[in-house]
Design a protein around this ligand. Structure first.
Ligand SMILES: Nc1nc2c(c(=O)[nH]1)N[C@H]1C(S)=C(S)[C@@H](COP(=O)(O)OP(=O)(O)OC[C@H]3O[C@@H](n4cnc5c(=O)[nH]c(N)nc54)[C@H](O)[C@@H]3O)O[C@H]1N2
Ligand SMILES: Nc1nc2c(c(=O)[nH]1)N[C@H]1C(S)=C(S)[C@@H](COP(=O)(O)OP(=O)(O)OC[C@H]3O[C@@H](n4cnc5c(=O)[nH]c(N)nc54)[C@H](O)[C@@H]3O)O[C@H]1N2
Ligand code: SF4
Ligand SMILES: [Mo]
Length: 864
C-alpha cells in the first residue's frame, strides 16, 4: 500500500452519478448531475426513499459551491497564538504544523496526550482509517466520536440483550407491513420524512401507530395513539406496560422459554410498576397504557422503535433495555415482520460505530480489550498486538480532559462540531481553549474550526467515494460525482498523508476501495463482518446488509443478512437476554429557581450543529431562527407572546430563542432545537455531569430550566450578556456513577396539594419486630397552618420473605402493612384522621433478620 494511490480526476463533460444524500441515516438515493456545470440533483428510486427526499436532501447540492467553502488550509498568523487571525496556507505548511504539534505533545506528555475525535458522517473507510490512524500512527488510546452523543445507549442495550447492535435488525420496509408500531422518542416526520411513506402505507392498511413523545409532533399527529410522558420517564412506562402484559396474561411464555434468559428477574422487577404509579411517574393515563400494550400484544406483526428521545438520558441504556424487555416478553424480536429497533441518526451513524473510531473498539465491532480481537486486527494491520493501546475515554470524558494532566493536549477533530453539539457547550468551549493545539477538518468554518490552530479543508460528499451503512445495516456506496475543488482533500487522503509524515505511511492507503478491502479483512469473523462485501456487489444488489462474511473459492457467496435473529441471537447461547432495569429520576429536577423541564432535539429544515444547513439559502427560508416551544398556559403565565424573544437559563448557561407558543407540548416542558450556536446554543443549557454509566451518553433530553421574556419579536435575537453567564465548571475528575442506583429522593415536587412518600429502597432485615427508618426521603412534616390526610399505601417487596412497612406518626407506630414474599399490596386509607401542622409522618420497614432486597413504597397524602 502507498499514499500515492489517490483517485485521479474524473473525465470532463457533464455526467450523472447515482449516490446518496449526505445527511441522515436514511441515506436516500439521488442522482447528481455535474461536470461542466453546477451540480443538480433529483431523487432516485432507491429501496429506502423510493424517489422521495426531504428539503435537506433536495437542497444538498447548493452547498457544494457555497462561497464560504474552505478551499485552502488555514493556520494562525502567529503560530501558537489563537487570538491571531486564521490565514490561508499551503497543505505542506498546515500539515507540518500538525505533525510538529503531535511530536511536541507526545514527547512532553506521552502518546495519550494526542487525541482524535471523529464523526458518524465519515464514510466507513474514513472512520476505519481514523481508528487505525489513532492506534497505529499515533499509538494513542484517546479517540472517540460524536456517535457517543447519538447511538451509544441503544447500541449498549442491543449488545447486552442480543449480542449484536445493528440499529434495525430488519429492512425499513417491514414497518409498512407491521400491524402495530410503537415509536418511543422518535419523530421521523421531521427527522426522516421519506421514511414516512412506510408508516403511511401501514396506517392505510389499518395499522395502529403509537407515538411516545412529550410533544405532539408531526409524527404523533398522524398516529392512532399519542402518549405524552414527562421527559426521562420512558423506562417507567415500558416497565409499566410489561406489568400490565403480565397481569393480563399477554406474555408469550413459549417464546420467553425457548429464546430468552433472565425473565424471572424482570418479572419480579416490573411488579413494582403498577399502572397508577406509572401514570403518576410518566403522566400517561392508565387507559392509554392498557390500550398500547393490548394492541402491541395482540398484533400479528408488531415493531417497537426507540430513538433519541428515549435514549439521550443518563439511564438511556436501561431505557432502551426496558423497551427490549417488553418486546422480548411479547415475543417480537426475530419473529417475521416484528421486533425492536433503534432509528440510527447520522448518515453513517451505523458504520461509524463499527469500524474502530470508538474508544473501546476495533474494526468489525471487536473489543480493544479482547486479546483475540487485538491479535486478529494487529495481524491485518501488520503491527504487534502489544503495540495497540488500551481502551480510552468516552467522548465527553475526553473533551472534559482537554488541557489537563493526563488529558489530551493536542486534538484532531474530523467531522464533528463539538462546540455546538456537545453537552454543557460553554464548558467544552473553555476546555477547547485549554488545548495546546487543535486541528479541525471540515468543509466550512464551523464553530469548532473557528477555534483551531489549523483548519484542513475537506472534500464534500459528492466529491469523494466510499461506503456508508444506513439505518437498516445496508452497506451502500457514496459515489464521486465531481472533483473536489483544487486545494481540498478527502479525509482518507489527509490521514494517509499525516501517517506518512509520522513514519507509518506504508501502512495507509488513500484509495477508498483498497481501504474497504482491508476493512473487510479486519472485520472478518467479527460481529459486523463486511468481508464478503465488495463495491461491485453493492452496485449490483442495491446495497448489501451486514453481516456478510466472505466465503471460500467455489462456495456460494453469502447473501448478506437483511433480517437478523430469525433463528438465534448473537449471544454465546443464542438466547436474548432480559435484564431487570429500574426507573431513575432525572438528575436535575425542576425547583423554585429552574421550574420547568427542558428537552432538546431537531427541526425538519436544520441538520445537527447546523454548519451546513444554516448556510443553505433555501433551508434558511424554512427555519431561519431558533424557536423554543412552550405551551400557551406557560406563555400566558410568563407574559410571553408568539415570536417574542425569550431567554432560557439553566445552571450551566443562558441562551435566547424566539418563542413558539404551541399546545402541542406539555405545559411543564420547554423544547429547544440544538442546531444553533453562539447566543442561541441549546447546549449552553444542557448538563454533562450525569452520563449514562454504560454508554456515557449525556442527558441531552432533560434538565431544569427557567424562562423569561426578553422582548417582543425581533428579526435578530440578541445574545445574552456575557456578564450574567455562570462560569463553566472547573476541571475535576469525572464522578464514577453506579448503575441502577435506586432513587433516594422524593419523586414529585408538584406545587399542588398531593404529597407522596415513594421510591424503591434497599432494605436489610434486622428482625420482623425491629422496624427502622428506610431513608430520609420517607419523612414528611405537615407544614404549619395546614393539615394533611393519608389517602392510600401501596408497596412491593422483592425479597423471598414477608416484610412489614410501618406508618409512624410523631415517632409512634400508626399502621402496619404486611407485604408478602415477592408481591405487592394496596391499602386505601381514607378513614385515617387529619394530621395537623407540625406532625411528622414517616415510613419504616421491618424484615426477617439477614434478609436483603428492595421494597417499593408509595404513600399518598393530601395536604390542605
Ligand atoms: N431534520 C433533521 N433530521 C435529522 C437530524 C437533524 O439534525 N435534523 N439528525 C439526524 C440524527 S444524527 C439523529 S440522531 C436523528 C434523531 O431523530 P429523532 O430521535 O427523531 O430526533 P430528536 O428530535 O432528537 O428526538 C425525537 C423526539 O424525542 C422527543 N423527546 C424529548 N425528550 C423525550 C423523552 O424523554 N422521552 C420521549 N419519549 N421523547 C422525548 C422530542 O420531543 C422529539 O420529538 O435524526 C436524524 N435526522
Ligand atoms: N442538545 C442536544 N445536543 C445534541 C443532540 C440533541 O438531540 N440535543 N444530538 C446529538 C446527536 S444525536 C448527534 S449525532 C450530535 C451531532 O453533532 P456533531 O458532531 O456536531 O454533528 P454535525 O453537526 O453533523 O457535525 C459535523 C461537522 O463536520 C462537518 N462534516 C460533515 N461531514 C464531514 C466529513 O465527511 N468530513 C469532514 N471533515 N467534516 C464533515 C460538518 O460541516 C460539521 O461542521 O449532536 C448531539 N448533540
Ligand atoms: S431523509 Fe435524510 S437522507 Fe433522506 S433526503 Fe432527508 S436528510 Fe437526506
Ligand atoms: Mo445523532
Amino acid at each position: 500500500m502507498s499514499t500515492t494511490a489517490v483517485p485521479g480526476p474524473l473525465p470532463t463533460g457533464t455526467r450523472s452519478t447515482e449516490t446518496h444524500c449526505p445527511y441522515c441515516a436514511l441515506q436516500c438515493g439521488m442522482t447528481l448531475t455535474a461536470g461542466d456545470r453546477p451540480a443538480t440533483l433529483v431523487p432516485a428510486d432507491f429501496p429506502v426513499n423510493r424517489s422521495g427526499l426531504c428539503s435537506k436532501g433536495w437542497s444538498a447540492a447548493e452547498l457544494l459551491d457555497h462561497p464560504e467553502r474552505l478551499l485552502r488550509p488555514l493556520v494562525r498568523a502567529v503560530p501558537g497564538d489563537r487570538t491571531s487571525p486564521l490565514v490561508e496556507a499551503s497543505w505542506d505548511e498546515a500539515l507540518d504544523r500538525v505533525v510538529e504539534a503531535i511530536g511536541r505533545t507526545q514527547e512532553r506528555y506521552g502518546r495519550d496526550a494526542v487525541g482524535c475525535f471523529g464523526g458518524g458522517g465519515l464514510t466507513n473507510e474514513q472512520a476505519y482509517q481514523f481508528g487505525k490512524f489513532a492506534r497505529v500512527a499515533l499509538r494513542t488510546s484517546a479517540i472517540d466520536y460524536n456517535g457517543r452523543f447519538c447511538m451509544s445507549s441503544a447500541a449498549g442495550a442491543a449488545n447486552r440483550a442480543f449480542g449484536l447492535d445493528r440499529g434495525m435488525p430488519f429492512p425499513l420496509s417491514d414497518v409498512a407491513a407491521a400491524d402495530v408500531v410503537v415509536l418511543v422518542g422518535s419523530n421521523p416526520a421531521d427527522t426522516m420524512p421519506p421514511a414516512m411513506q412506510y408508516f403511511d402505507e401501514g396506517r392505510a392498511r389499518g395499522a395502529l401507530h403509537v407515538v411516545v413523545d412529550p410533544r405532539r409532533t408531526a409524527t404523533a399527529r398522524n398516529a392512532g395513539l399519542h402518549l405524552q410522558p414527562l421527559p426521562g420517564t420512558d423506562l417507567a412506562l415500558a416497565n409499566g406496560l410489561l406489568h400490565v402484559a403480565l397481569a393480563e396474561g399477554l406474555v408469550d411464555e413459549a417464546y420467553v422459554a425457548a429464546r430468552t434468559t433472565g425473565f424471572d428477574d424482570v418479572r419480579a422487577g416490573v411488579a413494582a410498576y403498577w399502572p397508577d404509579r406509572v401514570e403518576r411517574l410518566t403522566g400517561v393515563p392508565v387507559e392509554d397504557q392498557r390500550r398500547a400494550v393490548f394492541a402491541l400484544a395482540r398484533a400479528p406483526r408488531a415493531i417497537v422503535l426507540t430513538a433519541r428521545g428515549a435514549e439521550q438520558h443518563r439511564s438511556g441504556t436501561d431505557t432502551a433495555q426496558a423497551w427490549i424487555n417488553l418486546a422480548l416478553a411479547l415475543g417480537l424480536p426475530g419473529r417475521p415482520g416484528s421486533g425492536w429497533g433503534t432509528v440510527t441518526g447520522q448518515g453513517n451513524g451505523q458504520g461509524g460505530r463499527e469500524h474502530g473510531q470508538k474508544a473501546d473498539q476495533l474494526p468489525g465491532y471487536r473489543l480493544l480489550s479482547d486479546p483475540a480481537a487485538r491479535a486478529h486486527v494487529a495481524g491485518v494491520w501488520g503491527v504487534d498486538p502489544g503495540d495497540l493501546p488500551q481502551p480510552g475515554r468516552s467522548a465527553f470524558e475526553l473533551l472534559d480532559s482537554l488541557g489537563t494532566d493526563g488529558g489530551v493536549r493536542t486534538l484532531l477533530v474530523l467531522a464533528s462540531n463539538v462546540a455546538v453539539s456537545a453537552p454543557d457547550a460553554r464548558r467544552v468551549l473553555s476546555r477547547l481553549g485549554d488545548l495546546d493545539f487543535l486541528a479541525v477538518s471540515d468543509f466550512f468554518l464551523s464553530e469548532t474550526a473557528e477555534l483551531a490552530d489549523v483548519v484542513l479543508p475537506s472534500a464534500m460528499w459528492a466529491e469523494e467515494s466510499g461506503t456508508m451503512t444506513n439505518l437498516e445495516g445496508r452497506v451502500i456506496r457514496r459515489r464521486r460525482a465531481l472533483d473536489p475543488p483544487v486545494g481540498v482533500r478527502d479525509d482518507l487522503q489527509l490521514l494517509a498523508e499525516l501517517a506518512g509524515r509520522l513514519g507509518a505511511g506504508h501502512l495507509f492507503s488513500a484509495d477508498p476501495e483498497t481501504v474497504f478491502a482491508e476493512l473487510g479483512r479486519a472485520s472478518a469473523g467479527g460481529t459486523a463482518d463486511y468481508s464478503g462485501i465488495t463495491y461491485r456487489r453493492i452496485d449490483d444488489e442495491q446495497g448489501v446488509f451486514w453481516p456478510c462474511p466472505a466465503t471460500g473459492d467455489g462456495e456460494e457467496r453469502h447473501p448478506g443478512t437483511p433480517r437478523l435473529f430469525t433463528e438465534r441471537f448473537a449471544t454465546p447461547d443464542g438466547r436474548a437476554r432480559f435484564l431487570r432495569v429500574e426507573h431513575v429520576e432525572a438528575h436535575e429536577r425542576p425547583d423554585a429557581d429552574y421550574p420547568y423541564v427542558l428537552t432538546t432535539g431537531r427541526v425538519l429544515a436544520q441538520y445537527q450543529s447546523g454548519t451546513q444547513t444554516r448556510r443553505s439559502r433555501s433551508l434558511q427560508l424554512i427555519a431561519p431562527t431558533p424557536r423554543a416551544e412552550l405551551h400557551p398556559d406557560l406563555a400566558r403565565q410568563l407574559g410571553i407572546g408568539p415570536d417574542d424573544v425569550v431567554e432560557l437559563a439553566t445552571r450551566r448557561g443562558r441562551a435566547r430563542f424566539h418563542a413558539a407558543v404551541t399546545d402541542a407540548i406539555r405545559p411543564d416542558v420547554v423544547f429547544a432545537p440544538f442546531h444553533w450556536g453562539g447566543g442561541s446554543s441549546a447546549n449552553a443549557l444542557t448538563d454533562a455531569d450525569a452520563l449514562d454509566p454504560t454508554s456515557k451518553m449525556p442527558a441531552f433530553k432533560v434538565c431544569a430550566v427557567a424562562v423569561v421574556r426578553i422582548g417582543g419579536p425581533a428579526e435578530r435575537i440578541p445574545a445574552p450578556p456575557t456578564a450574567g453567564q455562570p462560569r463553566p465548571s472547573p476541571h475535576r475528575r469525572q464522578p464514577t456513577r453506579e448503575a441502577h442506583q435506586p432513587s433516594r429522593r422524593r419523586t414529585a415536587t408538584v406545587k399542588s396539594t398531593p404529597r407522596f412518600l415513594q421510591g424503591v429502597y434497599p432494605i436489610t432485615g434486622e428482625g420482623l419486630s425491629k422496624p427502622g427508618p428506610v431513608d430520609p426521603a420517607l419523612r414528611y412534616t405537615v407544614p404549619s397552618g395546614r393539615s394533611a390526610q393519608a389517602l392510600y399505601f401501596r408497596g412491593g417487596n422483592s425479597t423471598g420473605e414477608l416484610v412489614y412497612v410501618l406508618l409512624v406518626r410523631d415517632g409512634e407506630p400508626m399502621r402496619w402493612f404486611p407485604i408478602g414474599a415477592r408481591s405487592d399490596t394496596h391499602v386505601p386509607l381514607r378513614v385515617v384522621e387529619d394530621l395537623t401542622g407540625g406532625t411528622v409522618v414517616e415510613l419504616h420497614a421491618a424484615a426477617p433478620e439477614g434478609v436483603l432486597g428492595e421494597v417499593v413504597v408509595d404513600l399518598g397524602l393530601v395536604e390542605v
